[in-house]
Design a protein. Structure first.
Length: 309
C-alpha cells in the first residue's frame, strides 16, 4: 500500500488508516443495482456487491466481459471461449452446452453468465446451489447492445459499457445509414445456410437474418422462424443473387460453403452465375457480442461493395 511507511511509523493510527483505505477502495465494492435487474431470460437478478469471480458459459458473454475490461475477474470459461486470445488462458469448465458443474462450483463464482441453452439443465442446478446467474441471450444488434449494458450494470462497469455501446451504435449507423433507404430492387436476395444436410438456414429472430437485413439484403429464409430446415426447391425458386456461408465456426466449419459453392443444383442461381458466392467469419456473425458489428460491416461489404469499398 502507498501508506505502508506511515503505518509502520504510526502503528497506533493503523485502524484509522485501514478505515480510510477501505473508503478509498469503494469503487471495487460498489453495490449492484438496489432493485436488481431483469436479465435477457426474463429473470430478476440481485447482487449485494460487484462480483469478483465470474464464470462465463458462452463465447458471447466472454467477449463482452473482456471488452469491458473484466478479464482479471473471469475465473472460468468454456472450451469454446477463444476470443480474445487471453480467454484461452482461463481455466475451462468444459463444453458450452454441458459444462462440468463440479468444476464450476470449485471456481467459487459469485456470478455466472448463462444463455438460453442452459435454461433447462444448468440454470436449475446453479439456482439450487445458490449461485447467481445472469442470462444473456442476444439475437439482434439491439439485444447485443442491451447485453453489454446489462453486464456493465451488474459488474460495476456501467460507464465503460455506455462508452462501448456508443461506439458500436455509431458504427452500426454508418452501415444502416447507407442501407436503410435502399429500394427493394437494390436489395439482393441472399441465401445464408447454417448447415447443408439437413439444409438449414436462419429465419426471423436470428443473428443471420438480422445481419443480412441490416446490411441491405433480403434473406430467402426470412419467412422461417429461428434456425430451421429449408428445402432446396424453395432456395432454387428464390434464385438468390448472393450466397454466403460461415467459415471458422464449429465442427465441419467449411461444409456450408462447400455446399453453396459446389452443389450442382445451385449452379443456375444468379449468385453462382455472377460469382457472388462468399465466405464470412462465423465468429463475427454467430456470436452476439461486440464483434457482431464487425460481422455487420463484413456482410455489408459483400452485399454492397459499391457502397462500402
Amino acid at each position: 500500500m502507498n501508506s505502508r511507511k506511515s503505518a509502520i511509523r504510526f502503528l497506533f493510527l493503523l485502524p484509522v488508516l485501514l478505515t480510510s483505505l477501505l473508503a478509498c477502495a469503494a469503487p471495487e465494492t460498489t453495490p449492484a443495482p438496489a432493485g436488481g435487474v431483469t436479465d435477457q431470460l426474463g429473470r430478476t437478478i440481485r447482487l449485494d456487491r460487484v462480483p469478483e469471480r465470474i464464470v462465463s458459459l458462452a463465447p458471447t458473454s466472454t467477449e463482452i466481459l473482456f471488452a469491458l475490461g473484466l478479464g482479471d475477474k473471469v475465473a472460468g470459461v468454456t472450451d469454446y471461449c477463444d476470443y480474445p486470445p487471453e480467454a484461452k488462458t482461463k481455466p475451462s469448465v468444459g463444453g458450452y452446452s454441458n459444462p462440468s458443474l463440479e468444476k464450476l462450483v470449485a471456481f467459487a463464482p459469485d456470478l455466472v453468465l448463462v444463455d438460453d441453452i442452459h435454461i433447462k439443465t444448468v440454470l436449475p442446478q446453479l439456482e439450487s446451489r445458490g449461485i447467481t446467474a445472469l442470462g444473456i441471450d442476444a439475437e439482434s444488434l439491439e439485444q447485443m447492445l442491451e447485453a453489454i449494458s446489462l453486464v456493465g450494470s451488474m459488474t460495476g462497469k456501467s460507464k465503460e459499457a455506455a462508452s462501448l455501446v456508443q461506439g458500436l451504435q455509431s458504427r452500426i449507423k454508418s452501415v444502416t445509414g447507407k442501407t436503410a433507404g435502399l429500394p427493394v430492387e437494390q436489395r439482393p436476395t441472399v441465401f445464408y445456410p447454417v448447415w447443408p444436410d439437413p439444409l438449414m438456414a436462419g429465419g426471423a429472430g436470428t443473428l443471420h437474418d438480422e445481419l443480412v437485413t441490416q446490411a441491405g439484403g433480403r434473406n430467402v429464409a426470412g419467412s422461417l422462424s429461428g434456425y430451421a430446415s429449408i428445402s432446396l426447391e424453395s432456395v432454387l425458386q428464390a434464385n438468390p443473387q448472393v450466397m454466403v456461408a460461415s467459415v471458422g465456426h464449429g465442427t465441419g466449419e467449411d461444409a456450408p460453403f462447400q455446399f453453396i459453392n459446389n452443389e450442382a443444383r445451385l449452379s443456375g442461381t444468379e449468385a453462382r452465375k455472377n460469382n457472388r458466392v462468399y465466405q464470412i467469419d462465423g465468429n463475427l456473425t454467430s456470436r452476439g457480442g461486440p464483434r457482431l458489428v464487425d460481422g455487420l460491416e463484413a456482410m455489408a461489404r459483400l452485399l454492397h461493395p459499391e457502397l462500402f469499398d
